[in-house]
Design a protein around this ligand. Sequence first.
Ligand SMILES: [Zn+2]
Length: 117
Amino acid sequence: MGRAKFQEFLPENCHRRYSCVHCRAHLANHDELISKSFQGSQGKAYLFNKVVNVKCGKAEERYLLTGLHAVADIHCNSCKTTLGWKYEHAFEASQKYKEGKFIIELAHMVKENCWDS
Ligand SMILES: [Zn+2]
């Protein structure tokens, strides 16, 4: 499991975090989790305030259940797997809170550190 040199690491101080299930790159701290009630193409997905080690694709307009949004696919920087998407723009006022936030599908994440306590 070679880790790319440019990879960003989250603090190691016993912080609950999510990593890429495919290559174990750190993706997000539990503190950055906003909501667990999202749905991706492969089941459950979580909304995060901030993620690391991901690359955004080109934003495109898509009609989602909650209205028109401009979204960009996000990929793991290390293994290139498509993990979810980023909300670049929400057209409905009630959906504005999602702008600049990230969705990662649960199927692509693994929980690490101190989840049992
Ligand atoms: Zn990965």
